[in-house]
Ligand binder design. Structure first.
Ligand SMILES: C[S@@+](CC[C@H](N)C(=O)[O-])C[C@H]1O[C@@H](n2cnc3c(N)ncnc32)[C@H](O)[C@@H]1O
Ligand code: SF4
Length: 387
């Protein structure tokens, strides 16, 4: 099959996101919908999840990607992950699925779990590391050391996984440029196919916010944070990684298919508490209350688990497309935009594009409208113009 034929097959296909909201311990910086010490709810949750999948997926076909995220999907017994995936495959088959990812916390896996993932046709593992500095790991509430991460990484390779992502964080408390340099060198030695790099967002109401306010921990300045970002970009690009999205780097052809589809406005179904979906130009999200989610599904009150966030018009969809594509380093391809919306973005957004190019945040490079280096630093200002 050539690339064009593959593209045609997947044009009308969709993605699946599955949310596993359990963690061994809550990291101090994290405000994802995830709970520690709720082990007694895991079995009920998985049963509800399978019921939601069966209800919503019946009659559907052509799944391109599956992403199991969290929370920490690897904290629960792997038999549940196998059950959930088997439920999906029994409804829609597997033949057309290109990528199945699971997020793993290094402090929660063993060989048996990883072997189960392989048997369940998972072909991409995303490992949360953040930094290789054990003192910092401990200070942000991570449950593992760097050595444990390395052991998990090697185990995953031994079981036969070749597509591995590592999550790193920048501007962590007391993190220095030298720490970052060491983390990058150690990760480079492992040669993962993909690296996600997130600058710390100090979320309201987190334990980390409290520790910073009380001056127990200290954050690097904005200036250091930017230096870290550009240092990371330089090191990763020198090691053969392609910077393809503001926070993502990949070896050639290892870009995350699931996320790339989301940035392309492809449809996806989200299952589980707090999961988001995008179907037929409507963005939905499931409720965040775990007990209520389980109860409503047990009572087959499916309309009570989701809320509509946005019904898109042609204009709002086109603006969202601009924002999503301006997250990518290649930016908006004018030809592609024209094919999708039957208009030229250079005319539709003339005012915005003029303003952003004059302030050197955007540039037009051949057929692409994209962020400049300055635009990468001030990407929020660019996206704001299209809200
Ligand atoms: C769901 S977690 C990954 C899997 C697993 N739960 C773990 O932490 O190892 C997704 C990633 O989001 C990033 N993240 C979470 N909270 C963040 C924050 N407040 N600021 C920046 N990045 C954050 C971390 O890099 C984390 O690995
Ligand atoms: S970063 Fe990962 S392990 Fe830590 S609390 Fe958030 S979801 Fe859980």
């Amino acid at each position: 099959m050539n690339a064009k034929e593959t593209e045609d097959i997947f044009r009308n296909s969709f993605g699946i996101y599955i949310h596993i909201p359990f963690c061994k311990q809550k990291c101090y910086y994290c405000d994802f919908v995830s709970f520690a010490k709720k082990e007694e709810m895991i079995e009920q949750y998985i049963n509800a999840l399978k019921k939601e999948i069966k209800y919503k997926l019946n009659g559907k076909d052509k799944i391109d990607t599956i992403y199991i995220g969290g929370g920490t999907p690897s904290v629960i017994n792997s038999k549940y992950i196998v059950e959930v995936l088997e439920e999906i495959y029994s409804i829609v088959g597997f033949d057309k699925t290109r990528e199945v990812t699971i997020e793993v916390n290094p402090g929660t896996v063993d060989k048996e779990k990883i072997e189960d993932y392989k048997r369940a046709k998972i072909n991409r593992i995303s490992l949360g590391l953040q930094t290789t500095n054990d003192t910092i790991l401990k200070s942000i509430g991570r449950i593992h050391t760097y050595k444990q991460f390395e052991e998990a990484y090697k185990l995953i390779q031994q079981v036969g996984f070749t597509n591995i992502n590592v999550d790193l964080m920048l501007a962590l408390p007391n993190q220095t440029l030298e720490d970052l340099d060491r983390s990058l060198k150690q990760v480079m030695n492992l040669k993962p196919t993909h690296i996600s790099v997130y600058s710390l967002i100090l979320e309201e109401g987190t334990k980390l916010e409290d520790l910073i306010n009380k001056k127990v921990l200290d954050l690097p300045s904005d200036d250091i944070e930017r230096k870290m970002y550009w240092k990371t970009k330089e090191v990763l690009e020198n090691n053969g990684y392609i910077h393809y999205e503001i926070s993502n780097f990949a070896k050639e052809s290892y870009e995350s298919k699931h996320n790339s589809n989301c940035w392309n406005q492809q449809e996806y179904y989200g299952f589980g508490v707090a999961a988001h979906s995008y179907i037929n130009n409507v963005r939905y999200s499931n409720i965040e209350d775990l007990s209520q989610y389980i109860k409503n599904i047990e009572n087959e009150e499916y309309n009570k688990i989701k809320q509509v966030n946005e019904i898109q018009t042609k204009i709002s969809k086109a603006k969202e497309y601009m924002i999503l594509k301006l997250r990518t380093i290649a930016g908006v391809e004018i030809k592609e935009y024209k094919a999708k919306f039957q208009e030229n973005p250079l005319y539709t957004y003339r005012k915005e594009i003029e303003k952003l190019t004059e302030s050197e945040l955007l540039e037009i490079d051949g057929d692409n409208i994209k962020l400049t280096a300055k635009g990468i630093d001030f990407a929020n200002l660019v996206w704001e113009e299209f809200v």
